[in-house]
Design a protein around this ligand. Structure first.
Ligand SMILES: [Zn+2]
Ligand SMILES: [Zn+2]
Length: 132
């Protein structure tokens, strides 16, 4: 099950809900194919589903932009077969920098996240529900 967090800044009005972890339709490739939207990743999912897949990892993570500290809540997708390997990548919606290959996947309470808007050092992070 995944956990939903609320991130707020003590200094400015930044307020963001973030979903981390996996839902119940994240376990099988056939399920992921049904809801995955981004066209390149979707095409790759189709290719991999024809092949013998050896590993797949899929969850909601929080990508932290190294350049401007923007926080992007998005799906991490990693696929492996005997002949191929694919990891989805994102560009920062704010500065177009390349996001790290891997997002933060849980326990964001333990990470000191800076406010993406004003740079204040510690966002207040509070889990408020489980989601499936
Ligand atoms: Zn702020
Ligand atoms: Zn950025």
């Amino acid at each position: 099950m995944g956990v939903a967090y609320n991130l707020t800044c003590k200094r400015c009005s930044y307020n963001q809900n973030v979903f981390l972890g996996i839902g119940f339709r994240y376990m099988y490739l056939t399920d992921i194919l049904e809801w995955y939207e981004e066209p390149i990743g979707k095409e790759r999912l189709r290719e991999f589903s024809k092949d013998e897949i050896t590993k797949h990892v899929c969850y909601h993570g929080l990508y932290l932009c190294n350049e401007c500290k923007f926080l992007l809540n998005a799906v991490y997708l990693h696929l492996e077969s005997h002949s191929d390997i694919y990891t989805n990548r994102y560009n920062c919606p704010r500065c177009s920098g390349v996001m790290p290959a891997k997002p933060i996947d849980d326990e964001i309470e333990a990470v000191a996240l800076a406010c993406p808007d004003c740079g204040h050092a510690n966002l207040v992070c509070r889990s408020y529900m489980d989601w499936d």
